[in-house]
Design a protein around this ligand. Structure first.
Ligand code: HXC
Length: 517
C-alpha cells in the first residue's frame, strides 16, 4: 500500500497556488519601497522552519456576492505560530493582495483561532495589519467578524502581550483592534490608520485633508498617541517587535526575561553628578541620568515622540527588566499635562500586567497650570496616574532627583501610592509647591515692606529649599527610605530590585477598579 502520487502532487500544487499568489515582479516592486509581502513578514519574524500555518485552505470566496470562481488565497490572512528562540509567538498577517486584505467572516475566524491559541498556551500575539477594512461583499458578516476580533483582543488583554504592526492601510473600525492591543508600531511611509479618511472628512465637514494629517505614522506617534513606535520600513518594524518581546514575559503569570546572572557592581558612579546643573533653575536632561543608571545605557523608549515631557521605556538594571517612568525637565520643565499623564498611566499599567518592576525618576515642578489643561480634564487625566500607580502591584521604586512638588509628588509614585522604596538625592526638594511660589504666598506682607523685595524673596526661597523642602525633612518623617549619593543610584536600585522580585501583594477581590478614563 502506498499513497497515490497524484494526491501528493495535487496537494503540492494547491499549496503552491495559495502561497505563491504574489508574482516575482510585484515582490521586487514591494522590496524597492521597503515593503515585504504578508508571508515574507512572517518569514522575517520567525526562526527558519518554525512557522506552522492554520487554515491555508480556508476561503469564503465562492459564496460571496460577485465573487463566483474567484480565488481568495488563505482568505487574505496568513495565520499561525512560530518560534523566536525558545519563545513561541502567535501571529497573523493580512495580505493586501487579496481583496486589499479586507476582513470577512472567514478571515475573522482565522484571526480568532490564532488569538485563542495564544490565550490557551499563554504566548504573545503579533498582528501585521494591511487591510482595506470590512469586506464590502460580506456585509454584516464582516461587521460580526470585526466584533469577534475585538472581543478576542479584550479577552487577551492583560493575559498575553499583543503587538500590532501597521504596514499599510488600517481603515475604519479596523483601527480599533490595534487600539485594543498593548503596543502599536507604524511604518513611516506606508502605514495609515484612521476611522474616517480624507474623502469622508471632506464630504462631511468640507475640510480638505491628507492621509498623513489624519492617519500617518508621524501624526499618531507625536499628536494622537495611537502609535508607540515608528519603524522606517517593514524589516525595522519586525526588529522592533523582537526588541519589545525581549523585555516581556510570554504571559501575565510569568516573569519578564531578567538576566539574573548579572552581578551587582557596587562601585559608585561619580560621573552621574555631572548630569545635575549647578544652577537649580537650569533643567536637568533626564536622558543623561537614565543612560548612566541602566545597563549599557540602553533605554528602549516607548512613545518617544509623544508627550516628551515624560519619558517611558524598558531597560535592564544589573539584568533586571524594568519599566522606567521619568520626568523630562528639558521639555515644558517636566510639568505633567494631559498627554503626559495618559502616557505614564498607560505604561505603568502595561508594566503591571507583565510583572515588570517600575522605576520612577522624579524631577517635576507640578501639573501644568492653564485654562486648556483644566478644561481638557487634567483632574481626570492626572488621576489616571494615581490610579495606575495605586493599582500596580509589581515592584515600584522611586528616586527623587530634584523637584517633587504638590500633587505631582504623589502622581510620580510616592510612598503613599505604594512605592516599595523611595530614594532621594541630596538635591531633592519635596514640598507642597515650589520655593518661589510658596514664599510669595507665605511672606506677602513682609515682601511688600522689604527694602529690596527681589533680594529678600531670593533669600527666603533659599531658606525654604534648604530647610523646609530638604529631603532630610521627608526622611526624618520616614516618607522616604533613604537619602543617597547620586553615584550610588544604580547599584542601590539593582539591590532593591533583586529584593523585590518575589513581591506578592494581594488586593480585595473585585471585577476591576474604575479607571478615571
Ligand atoms: C472588498 C475591497 C475593499 C473592501 C478594496 N477592495 N477594499 N474589496 N472590501 N473593503 C478590493 C478592490 O475592489 C480591488 O478589487 C482590490 O481590493 C484592490 O483594491 P484597490 O483599490 O485597487 O487597491 P489600492 O489602490 O492598493 O488601494 C487599497 C486601499 C483601497 C487603500 C485599501 O482599496 C481602499 O481605500 N479601500 C477601501 C477602504 C475603506 O473605505 N475601508 C473601510 C471599509 S468600512 P479588484 O477586484 O480590483 O482586485 C469598515 C468598517 C468596519 O472597515 C467597521 C468594523 C467595526
Amino acid at each position: 500500500m502506498t499513497i497515490r502520487p497524484e494526491l501528493i502532487e495535487q496537494l503540492r500544487s494547491r499549496r503552491a497556488k495559495l502561497t505563491q499568489n504574489v508574482s516575482d515582479e510585484k515582490l521586487a516592486a514591494l522590496h524597492v519601497k521597503g515593503l515585504l509581502s504578508a508571508r515574507e513578514r512572517l518569514d522575517a519574524l520567525f526562526d527558519a522552519g518554525t512557522f506552522q500555518e492554520l487554515g491555508l485552505h480556508a476561503s469564503h470566496s465562492a459564496t460571496l456576492f460577485g465573487m463566483a470562481g474567484r480565488e481568495l488565497p488563505a482568505d487574505g490572512v496568513i495565520a499561525g505560530s512560530g518560534y523566536l528562540g525558545n519563545l513561541q509567538v502567535a501571529a497573523f498577517s493580512q495580505d493586501i493582495n487579496v481583496l486589499a486584505g479586507s476582513l470577512g467572516k472567514m478571515q475573522a475566524r482565522k484571526i480568532n483561532r490564532i488569538m485563542r491559541h495564544a490565550l490557551k498556551i499563554g504566548v504573545p500575539v503579533v498582528a501585521f495589519k494591511d487591510s482595506g477594512g470590512a469586506r464590502i461583499q460580506e456585509g454584516v458578516d464582516a461587521l460580526s467578524g470585526y466584533g469577534d476580533v475585538f472581543y478576542s483582543n479584550v479577552l487577551l488583554s492583560g493575559v498575553v502581550p499583543q503587538i500590532a504592526v501597521i504596514c499599510g492601510p488600517c481603515a475604519g473600525g479596523a483601527a480599533y483592534s490595534p487600539a485594543l492591543m498593548d503596543f502599536v508600531i507604524m511604518t513611516r511611509q506606508h502605514a495609515h490608520m484612521f476611522l474616517t479618511g480624507p474623502e469622508v472628512i471632506k464630504a462631511v465637514t468640507g475640510r480638505a485633508t491628507t492621509m498623513a494629517e489624519v492617519g500617518g505614522a508621524e501624526m499618531h506617534a507625536t499628536v494622537s498617541g495611537n502609535a508607540h513606535f515608528i519603524a522606517e520600513d517593514d524589516r525595522h518594524a519586525i526588529a522592533l517587535v523582537k526588541q519589545l518581546l525581549s523585555y516581556l514575559p510570554p504571559n501575565n503569570t510569568e516573569d519578564p526575561p531578567h538576566h539574573l546572572a548579572e552581578p551587582i557592581d557596587e562601585t559608585a558612579d561619580a560621573e552621574i553628578n555631572d548630569c545635575v546643573p549647578d544652577d537649580a533653575f537650569e533643567p536637568l536632561d533626564m536622558y543623561s541620568v537614565i543612560h548612566r543608571v541602566v545597563d549599557g545605557g540602553e533605554l528602549f523608549e516607548v512613545h518617544a515622540g509623544f508627550a516628551r515631557n515624560i519619558i517611558v521605556g524598558f531597560a535592564r538594571i544589573c539584568g533586571v527588566v524594568v519599566g522606567i517612568v521619568a520626568n523630562q525637565p528639558m521639555v515644558m520643565a517636566g510639568a505633567l499635562d494631559l498627554n503626559a499623564a495618559d502616557k505614564a498611566a498607560r505604561f505603568v499599567r502595561t508594566c503591571n500586567i507583565f510583572n515588570v518592576p517600575v522605576v520612577t525618576l522624579v524631577d517635576v515642578p507640578g501639573f501644568l497650570p492653564g485654562v486648556e489643561q483644566e478644561r481638557g480634564g487634567i483632574i481626570r487625566h492626572g488621576a489616571k496616574m494615581l490610579s495606575a500607580y495605586g493599582s500596580c502591584t509589581a515592584p515600584k521604586i522611586t528616586v527623587i532627583l530634584r523637584k517633587a512638588y504638590g500633587g505631582s509628588y504623589l502622581a510620580m509614585c510616592s510612598q503613599e501610592m505604594g512605592a516599595d522604596m523611595v530614594f532621594a538625592w541630596p538635591t531633592a526638594e519635596i514640598a507642597v509647591m515650589g520655593a518661589e511660589a510658596a514664599v510669595r504666598i507665605l511672606y506677602r506682607k513682609e515682601l511688600d515692606q522689604a527694602e529690596d523685595r527681589q533680594a529678600r524673596a531670593v533669600e527666603l526661597a533659599q531658606e525654604y529649599r534648604d530647610e523646609f523642602a530638604s529631603p532630610y525633612v521627608s526622611a526624618s518623617n520616614f516618607y522616604i527610605t533613604d537619602v543617597i549619593e547620586p553615584g550610588d543610584t544604580r547599584w542601590m536600585l539593582a539591590l532593591a530590585l533583586r529584593k523585590l522580585l518575589d513581591k506578592r501583594e494581594l488586593r480585595p477581590a473585585k471585577k476591576h477598579g474604575n479607571i478615571p478614563m
